[in-house]
Ligand binder design. Structure first.
Ligand SMILES: CC(C)(COP(=O)(O)OP(=O)(O)OC[C@H]1O[C@@H](n2cnc3c(N)ncnc32)[C@H](O)[C@@H]1OP(=O)(O)O)[C@@H](O)C(=O)NCCC(=O)NCCS
Length: 180
């Protein structure tokens, strides 16, 4: 860890963090292609989404430095059908003024650690926009490989948008059968 990253503290989110989480997500929904939502959800909806993650025993984290919340990240089920139960999909969002400071790396690294200590065996990132260099590079830096892409499955901000799918094994991955 560099000095740059050392000041970033990652912890589980609380309901007190929702206003800051909402502001970060609303920015990226409105201005970016990482999320395929087009209208930012309200804080109540964000609270319900967070609770659904927490109630599943899955990590929902925030990163802060000097008392300011700079990003958040979580995993949810990759898909709802039961055979997917060892696979999670991650999401990471960093405040626009705090990118390239190690916040995303700290958040995603902690998500991976927590999931490896749990029952999950694969983590998938479904990245909006082939041009999302930051997200693709962040995931590659943390051991994800590109599993493929889906062409023009989104239409946002007036253009077709590809999705890049990246994947990383967690712990023993598929070297062993799951225990539970
Ligand atoms: C993607 C995102 C989470 C990255 O967060 P971040 O805090 O800026 O990333 P970090 O500073 O931790 O970068 C970690 C590594 O990722 C890579 N990286 C991050 N941003 C990059 C960029 N713009 N260009 C190239 N590489 C980049 C680098 O390898 C970097 O390591 P380095 O700084 O030591 O070279 C952030 O840009 C973001 O919130 N983007 C918009 C929302 C989004 O697309 N989220 C992902 C949805 S799947």
């Amino acid at each position: 860890m560099t000095d740059r990253d050392a000041s970033v503290h990652v912890r589980p989110s609380t309901t007190d963090d929702l206003a800051a989480i909402h502001a970060i997500y609303a920015h990226h929904v409105t201005n970016g292609l990482g999320s395929f939502e087009e209208v930012p959800p309200g804080i109540d909806e964000m609270a319900e989404r967070r609770l659904a993650i927490v109630e599943r025993g899955m990590p929902h984290l925030v990163a802060e430095a000097n008392g300011r919340l700079l990003g958040y990240a979580y995993v949810g089920p990759y898909r709802p059908r039961p055979a997917y139960r060892y696979t999670v999909e991650n999401s990471v969002y960093v405040a626009p003024e705090a990118t390239r400071l190690g916040v995303g790396r700290a958040l995603l690294g902690t998500l991976i650690e927590i999931c490896e200590a749990g029952r999950w065996r694969q983590m998938v990132a479904v990245i909006g926009d082939r041009g999302n260099t930051a997200s693709i590079a962040l995931h590659a830096a943390l051991g994800f490989h590109e599993a493929g892409h889906l062409k023009a499955v989104g239409f946002k901000h007036g253009r077709w948008v590809d999705v890049v799918i990246m994947q990383r094994a967690l712990g023993v991955g598929d070297d062993e059968r799951p225990g539970d």
